[in-house]
Design a protein around this ligand. Structure first.
Ligand code: GLC
Length: 720
């Protein structure tokens, strides 16, 4: 008998309560003897869950550790009448115990291979700890750095986000979930458009056309599903006035019918019950009805399904076949993970000891952190001379708060701080706290000045504590806290070169930092090996290669500012632009302080001899754009070469540039390489007014360069 038939037979045996139980996800504390160390990431509430519901529940949120998960599973299998195994799900976003840089940093590496490896390692450490599903990758496109969760995304570009989405799903899931018990199922989130919350305020309204949603925000979710992602998590926000978690168009018409997704859909934490405050359900019963009919299979951490689904089905308000479909999807996922054959899957205390935080995992975390840092400014002070006396000053100088807000089981005590890392490279280090994240005392400043005066160069380690970022970590003012700006001013008086290292989860307004520093290295939250990676970069053991995947605004007043914007009818930089009546601010520039794709190196790359193979691109054929790149500096380095394309005139307005390709090359000093990009008609397709996804014949410009502003353009025409 086929597995499908076996599952259908099992479904036939299930009572209504047992079916509904599969749709209930509970946090660890609900399970006997599980302890209270389960991860709680949302508003916990008195859910009034019965013992019977626990016995019938289908999955657990936030349990971890082979011992704990084996115990919960064993107890559950004894108590569940049909011995249906639990699914264990948790947020393993950028590492389990070995924490990698936050995804926004990983995005800046433009390194899909290392990203995939990081997900593979995270999956391995999670799987031996008994986790079956991770709530990742988060692929929400972001354009507003006030939003706390931009750190969880890979940035503002649909194409790049889609590439990372695929790489992370491959890393988490491997090639065979059933046989590879050191993989985990991925759950792409948050479906959909969560990053477009108005005002950059978490959980806020999202308002955009279906066309823009399809053009910019949906591609990365679709990429995850095309890569075989097993689960989808609904977003908290509305889409065109309907909350995603109750949005039948989004989940049934688009996700299931149009995209053909038949995996499991889980709500975000409490999002089913939140249909009430959103205002499309009067009570939990209506919320349960709307969410299930819209397509939510598992309700996370509220009890609308538990309390009302039975009644709704017995009253005929919700058809039992809808419930059966949801149960079958959940049972099928359990089957895909091999849980009916082996409910403990990869959980193993022995393997935990062998695998978790092993040296190879730490080395990979260090390498990815080195590639994820972005050199924003350098007047030549970097790389540091190891013989120089270096004062390391600031709230992050020796801080272990460098794992980021979604590091859950990451152990900060295991993190390599900046000071620890630098000690390995220099015997002439001194330290001063300088200030706290948001407070400074005269004594701290006095001590910092004293230490700085005895040094040749000052490394200022500044930033946001991890609670100033992440979920519900939104900031209207995205400058560094005043205490830190005051510290910079005091350090300037000492007349020593200042190297500023930033630890933060978002693009910042760098007023008070950019002018005042001789060099700036953006380190984001660099993870367990962060301090070691940064030290290697500062002392030139490796050369920075990261490039921004999210624009740094000139100030918060510019937000949203992103590279793939439209030209408008009165572009400020048009040749015939008037003085006043153009699209501009009276008080700040239009351009971001630092654009998408920007990042410096310790060497210099010269682009020249760009050529298009043809001026005309015939449908069904391709042309190529080639460019010669020479390392004209004294140090070897990596350069991320970018290809952008502009559709000069379309059925709707088209972005000034769209990333369509990138390649990383390594060049020795004096070395030249030619990089070629293939351009095809498929890359020119977009959503028309009637939502048809196709290209138009006509004029295009292909751009190649080292960032979205420093490019050379080449005209070509698409013809039949
Ligand atoms: C949180 C987050 C979501 C996470 C979930 C479970 O509210 O929005 O990303 O996966 O709860 O922890």
């Amino acid at each position: 008998m086929s597995k499908q038939h076996q599952l259908e037979e099992l479904l036939q045996q299930m009572t209504l309560d047992e079916k509904i139980g599969q749709l209930i996800q509970l946090a660890t504390p609900f399970f006997k003897g599980a302890g209270n160390d389960g991860q709680i990431t949302g508003p916990m509430e008195e859910m009034g869950i019965s013992e019977e519901t626990v016995r019938n529940s289908g999955s657990v949120l936030g349990a971890a550790g082979a011992n704990q998960t084996i115990h919960i599973q064993k107890t559950h299998l004894e108590e569940n009448r049909l011995h249906i195994p639990l699914l264990f799900m948790a947020d393993v976003v950028h590492g389990y115990k070995t924490i990698f840089p936050v995804p926004l940093a990983v995005g800046c590496s433009w390194n899909l291979e290392l990203a995939e490896r990081s997900a593979e390692i995270a999956a391995k450490e999670a799987a031996v700890s008994g986790i079956h599903v991770t709530f990742a990758p988060m692929v929400d496109l972001v354009r507003d750095p006030r939003w706390g969760r931009v750190m969880e995304s890979t940035g503002e570009d649909p194409y790049l986000n889609s590439q990372f989405s695929r790489a992370l799903v491959r890393g988490f899931q491997g090639s065979n979930l059933k046989n590879d018990t050191l993989s985990v199922a991925a759950c792409v989130k948050h479906f959909a458009g969560y990053g477009a919350a108005e005002g950059g305020r978490d959980y806020n309204t999202v308002n955009m056309s279906e066309r823009q949603l399809r053009e910019s925000y949906l591609p990365a979710y679709k990429a995850a599903l095309d890569e075989g992602c097993e689960m989808v998590m609904t977003a908290f926000n509305t889409i065109d006035g309907v909350p995603a978690t109750g949005n039948e168009w989004l989940m049934r018409e688009l996700l299931r019918s149009e995209w053909g997704f038949n995996g499991v859909l889980i709500s975000d934490w409490g999002a089913v019950k939140e249909l009430i405050p959103h205002g499309i359900a009067e009570n939990e019963k209506e919320a349960a009805s709307k969410a299930l009919r819209a397509g939510v299979d598992i309700e996370m951490m509220t009890a609308c399904y538990d309390r009302y689904l039975k009644e709704l089905i017995e009253e005929g308000v919700v058809e039992e076949c809808i419930l059966d479909e949801a149960v079958m999807r959940i049972l099928t996922l359990k089957e895909k993970l091999g849980l009916f054959d082996n409910p403990y899957r990869g959980a193993s205390e022995r393997l935990e000891k062998e695998v978790i935080m092993c040296e190879e995992h730490r080395r990979q975390a260090r390498e990815l952190a080195e590639k994820s840092c972005v050199l924003l400014k350098n007047n030549g002070i970097l790389p540091l001379d190891k013989e120089k006396r270096v004062a390391v000053i600031g709230p992050f100088a020796n801080s272990d708060d460098i794992l980021g807000p979604w590091s859950w089981l990451g152990d900060r005590k295991q993190a390599v701080t900046l000071y620890n890392g630098m000690q390995k490279n220099s015997a002439h280090l001194t330290f001063a706290q300088g200030c706290e994240i948001e407070r400074v005392t005269k004594e701290q400043l006095k001590e910092a000045i004293r230490v700085a005066e005895q040094a040749d160069v000052v490394v200022l380690a500044l930033g946001e504590h991890s609670e100033m970022s992440g979920e519900a970590g939104c900031r209207a003012d995205i400058q560094l806290p005043l205490a830190q700006l005051e510290l910079i001013k005091e350090m300037q008086k000492i007349k020593r070169p200042i190297v500023t290292v930033l630890f933060n989860g978002r693009p910042l307004d760098l007023h008070g930092v950019m002018e005042e520093s001789d060099a700036i290295l953006e380190a984001w939250y660099p993870g367990t090996e962060g301090g070691a990676a940064i030290a290697n970069l500062l002392f030139g053991m490796c050369t920075p290669s990261g490039k921004l995947t999210m624009s740094f605004p000139y100030s918060a007043g510019q937000i949203p500012v992103y590279y793939n914007a439209f030209n408008t009818g009165r572009p400020k930089d048009a040749p015939d632009a008037q003085e006043r009546y153009v699209s501009q601010y009276l008080d700040i520039p239009n351009e971001p302080l630092l654009p998408f794709g920007f990042g410096l190196s310790y060497t210099t790359f010269r682009y020249r001899n760009g050529t298009l193979s043809e001026q005309k691109l015939k449908k069904g054929e391709t042309i190529s754009l080639s460019v010669e790149i020479t390392n004209i500096g004294e140090r070897e380095g990596d350069e991320i070469v970018q290809l952008y394309i502009r559709d000069v005139s379309g059925d709707v307005v088209r972005p000034l540039k769209e990333l369509k390709g990138f390649k990383t090359i390594h060049l020795q000093p004096g070395e030249t390489k030619t990089v070629s990009f293939t351009i095809s008609e498929e890359q020119l397709r977009y959503y028309h007014r009637n939502l048809q996804f196709k290209s138009d014949n006509g004029a295009f410009i292909a751009y190649v360069g080292g960032n979205s502003q420093q490019v050379e353009g080449f005209y070509f025409e698409l013809i039949d």
